[in-house]
Design a protein around this ligand. Structure first.
Ligand code: NJP
Length: 228
């Protein structure tokens, strides 16, 4: 029996990789990121577990590469997860660091979603899910670029929902607190207090599993213990 298809960006490691594993139970996976060896090893592990996974080597800051790589892709679910966090005060943030965060965390949402949304609208079903952040409703020193992108993600998600709900397409945003990944150059082993990537993946699976007439638009997921 064919399964529906889920396209996941930033699937080479961290939260995206955990989402790919979790969704592989119920979906054929299209796993996108720049790191081909990591995508190949993910695909091999999913296949070893009886699932299907196709790697897509893709830089989500490259609009032309997105159109070409995703041409003809029919995704039932899109998880926009790829993200970059460079936590620095404005005066220490280089133009490259500023633009990279806007490009990966915000502009890529437009380009990747624009590539697969027409098929969802045409088929009158689909689910676009975005990994936001609790930084999408808070501020902190060093967060000027990162929190700006994640605040924008909330608006992107809600506006898009209002545009496509009448076409049967759902839009959700999952906003985690701290997660033990390499995000921001951190060492996952040093974040024992944080959520595990698998915790976020489980929330994503639950948001996707709602009945056709029900939408969970926004979820905030935090570790119960606080950062020491
Ligand atoms: O980060 P990390 P997480 N083109 O660094 C990909 C949000 N979040 O899993 O290209 C394509 O382990 C990169 O792939 P590669 C966060 O904002 C996190 O923690 O191979 N892909 C890798 O797969 C983000 O939206 C925390 O280098 C690109 C992935 O992105 C999401 O969770 C807290 C790319 C990053 O993996 C996943 O973050 C929170 C590009 N140009 C929200 N650039 C947290 N971890 O604490 C990067 O509130 N990627």
């Amino acid at each position: 029996m064919t399964k529906p298809t889920a396209l996941i960006t930033g699937a080479s490691r961290g939260i995206g990789r955990a989402i790919a594993f979790r969704l592989a139970r119920d979906y054929d996976i299209l796993a996108a990121a720049r790191s081909e060896p990591e995508l190949q090893s993910l695909a091999a592990e999913i296949r070893a577990g009886g699932g299907r996974c196709t790697p897509i080597v893709l830089d989500v800051t490259d609009a032309a590469a997105i159109s070409s790589a995703l041409a003809g892709v029919q995704a039932d679910v899109l998880v926009n997860n790829a993200g970059v966090g460079i936590i620095k005060p404005l005066l220490d943030t280089t133009p490259e660091e500023w633009h990279r965060q806007i490009d990966v965390n915000l502009n890529a949402l437009y380009h990747v979603t624009r590539a697969v949304l027409p098929g969802m609208v045409e088929r009158r079903r689909g689910h676009v899910l975005i990994i936001g952040s609790i930084a999408g409703r808070s501020t902190f020193v060093g967060g000027v670029a990162y929190t700006s992108t994640k605040h924008a993600v909330q608006a992107f998600a809600e506006c898009l929902l209002l545009e496509v709900r009448d076409f049967g397409v759902k839009v959700s945003v999952v906003n985690p607190g701290g997660v033990a990944t390499e995000f921001g150059g951190g060492d996952p082993a040093a974040k024992s207090w944080a959520l595990k990537p698998e915790d976020v993946a489980e929330s994503v699976a639950q948001v996707l599993a709602t009945p056709p007439n029900v939408l969970v638009h926004s979820v905030e997921i935090r570790a119960l213990s606080k950062k020491p």
